[in-house]
Structures are given as C-alpha cells and as structure tokens.
Design a protein around this ligand. Structure first.
Ligand code: FPP
Length: 232
C-alpha cells in the first residue's frame, strides 16, 4: 500500500540563494547568510509546531571551502556565534542538536561548541535538528567504507544494512522530503545514500525569503505524493 502520511517525519533542506538575496540588495554575501540563519530560527520552530521529528539543514558542504576566505571565515563565525549565543532561540524546548559531516577541519573552538551541544542535548526527546556542516554525501560514503574496512567485515557480509549503520548518523531515518530553495534543480551531494527514496521539492524562493507558509506549501505538496518506493 502506498504511504501517504500528511506530515513528513524527516525534512531535509538545501538552504540555497543567500548570496543572490544579498547581491540583489547590494549587500555583502555574508549578510545573506546572516539573514538565512535568522530564517532558519523560525523554520525550526515551525517545523516543530507542525510535527516534523527530524529537520536536517545543509549549512556548509565539503565543497564550500573553495569559496572566498572571508565568506568561509564569516560562515564559520556565524555557526560559532549561534552555537554559543543563540542556541536557546535556535533549539526548541526538548530539541536535540546533532551534526553530520567531517570534524577535522573546524577550529578548536567551533568543534568544542559543536561537541558541547551534542552532549548537552543528547537525552532530549523532541525534534532533532541536524546541522550538516562540512558535509558531503560522497565523503560520508568514503568514511563509511573506511569504517567497514577497518572493522574487518568480510566482503561477503557487506550489505545495505552494514553500509547504513556505518554512515554519520545511522539512527536518523531517511529524509521523507528534501526541499531545495532558489530554483536550482540539483542535490549537490546532500544525503546521497539516505535520499534514495526521498520526495524532492524545489522552489524558486531564495532561502532568506523562505517562511512558514513556504514550508507549509512544501509539506502540502509532499502530502499529495504517492510514495511507492519501488513498489506498486
Ligand atoms: C547557500 O547559498 C548557502 C550556504 C552555503 C550557507 C547556508 C548557511 C546558512 C543559511 C546559515 C545557517 C546558520 C546556522 C547557524 C546553522 P549560496 O551562498 O550558495 O547562495 P547563492 O547560490 O545565491 O550564491
């Protein structure tokens, strides 16, 4: 029977268009990222209100290090600022904050802030907010393969379950719905493995203009999808 639940349990968002939003206003690109972070605060709260259980957001990809150094350092400072000063606003009551991505390229203070919040919210049972930072789907698979090889599993024992449990957050279910803003029609290395049967939703709205109504629209579109997942 086709699944057609009204509310997706896991929503992933590729938050695109911050740069264009800023340049369209003759502002530096970082102003777009700052506005994007404010928008994310509201979207987290709304996602929680409408019953989303996992919200994963693509905040910095493994490829984003190639950007101008002032944009990269500005983004890193923005992440750290939020984790250190704004988390009460950023994280709903009982929300749990998690991270997906590489951890070996952050400054010591950013890594510490990340680890603090993972630890402090570890036992929370509300919505899980997953920040994908220095995340790349291909890198996630490379890291999974390294884990599998170093664990000594025999090749004949490797199956989908072995790979799934070697990924960054094995207990986080596959995204039901992935939203990408700003009119780009690509996945850009987001949740490569977990997105196999995700429903995709694209909107021309730039991320800094995305609001509660835009999330409601995406969720309403999801509710009309016939999720056969390869079945009939
Ligand atoms: C893509 O837009 C956006 C990013 C690379 C950064 C996303 C980060 C945020 C929204 C801030 C999140 C904040 C916290 C605290 C997690 P783009 O810059 O590629 O836009 P463009 O395609 O218009 O240039």
């Amino acid at each position: 029977m086709a699944q057609n639940a009204n509310t997706p349990s896991h929503v992933g968002i590729i938050m695109d268009g911050n740069g264009r939003w800023a340049t369209g206003r003759s502002l530096p690109r970082l102003a777009g990222h700052k506005k994007g972070a404010e928008v994310l605060e509201g979207i987290i709260e709304h996602a929680d209100d409408i019953g989303v259980k996992y919200l994963s957001v693509y905040a910095f990809s493994t490829e984003n290090w190639k950007r101008a150094s002032d944009e990269v350092s500005g983004l890193m400072s923005l992440f750290e600022y939020y984790l250190k000063n704004k988390l009460e606003k950023f994280k709903p009551k009982h929300g749990r904050l998690r991270f997906a991505g590489r951890r070996d390229r952050f400054s010591a203070s950013l890594l510490e802030a990340i680890e603090n919040f993972e630890r402090e919210t570890r036992d929370e049972t509300g919505i899980q907010i997953i920040l994908c930072v220095d995340y790349g789907g291909r890198q996630e698979l490379v890291d999974a393969v390294k884990n599998i090889v170093s664990s000594g599993v025999a090749p004949s024992d490797i199956d989908e379950a072995v790979i799934s449990r070697s990924l960054y957050l094995p207990d986080v279910p596959d995204p039901d719905l992935i939203i990408r803003t700003s009119g780009e029609l690509r996945m850009s290395n987001f949740w490569l493995w977990k997105s196999a049967y995700s429903e995709l939703y694209f909107t021309d709205t730039l991320w800094p203009d995305f609001d509660n109504a835009a999330l409601d629209e995406a969720v309403a579109a999801y509710a009309t999808r016939d999720r056969r997942k390869g079945g009939v």
